[in-house]
Design a protein around this ligand. Sequence first.
Ligand SMILES: Cc1ncc(COP(=O)(O)O)c(C=O)c1O
Length: 349
Amino acid sequence: MLRPFTDQSPRQQLQPGWDDALTFSYCELDAMWVARWTTEAGWEPGQLFEHAGATLELSPGANVLHYGQTTFEGLKARRTREDKIVLFRPIDNARRMRQSAARLLMEAPPVNDFLDAALAVVRTNIKWVPGYQKGSFYIRPLLFGSGPVLGVQPAKEYTFLVYGCPVGQYMGGDSVVVLSSAHRAAPHGTGAVKVAGNYASSLQPQKAAKAMDCVDALYLDAREDRYIEELSGANFFAILYDGTLVTPALGSILPGITRASILTVAKEIFHWNVVERLVPIEEVLTDAVEAFYSGTAAVLSPVTRINYRGVDHAIGDGNPGPRAAMLRQALNEIQLQERPDYWGWVVEL
Ligand SMILES: Cc1ncc(COP(=O)(O)O)c(C=O)c1O
């Protein structure tokens, strides 16, 4: 059941030291945002509802339950040293949600409504934004076909909701494995959009990767089983011995906002040679001196070992390299307003 959030709504209590022990887990805070779209009325103005104890009522015929019309986003609000709350490129998340929705023939909220909802959720739960450098407030916008259908067809009602959770690190680990049993995306499939089915089908490969002491699977392309695509929830980069930063070109990978930011920082701040192209796995195993993965949740983490066809390969000297660290630091400083933001990426609450 959903109860509107009011002055009388119960507030969750902060415990001392709560932001010292953050994990990446679901939690229920004071308020979340919900809006609905119907064929008759279009998008209704959304509003805040109590988050703690909230449940959703859904028709058993809701499209999302049968045919999977659903897409989500993930972005972060963080506290700066000056105690401002900042979001990183939220408009890009709003745009990506619209692209994902279009691929599944869903209605999506206009960019400004998405942004207003995200800001309202942060504002209402502001005490849960972790302290400077302690963690982040992860914002989870979600859109699904809530209208009932029987045959395969788009829903006639959509629900958009946004909630948030304070989080610590996601996906720590520097080994990945190329599994012969799994591809993430087919050419012209749904790899380039953030739809839930991509993640449901990544659970089994992720489990197999973890069983091999790896943080995740590293997927190759489905056509030739040769070119690196990405991880289940992060983009992939390598730095070659000649200093070139390479990353798989867009196509069937998710166009990561962190990926785009890294490319810009590498080009415009560090003046590195940056190339988006096909990246054969053999090239990375022989020519890379560093590799790393990137994402909003994952941030930027080194890859020091790749298991390919049952053999472990060290990347470079097998230790985290200096250039990934430089990029991570620069990105972090831009996000926290400690370096100039030439591109207008940072949005203050
Ligand atoms: C499959 C996949 N690739 C890449 C990323 C990184 O995208 P972003 O940097 O926008 O978080 C994500 C995370 O959203 C993802 O799920």
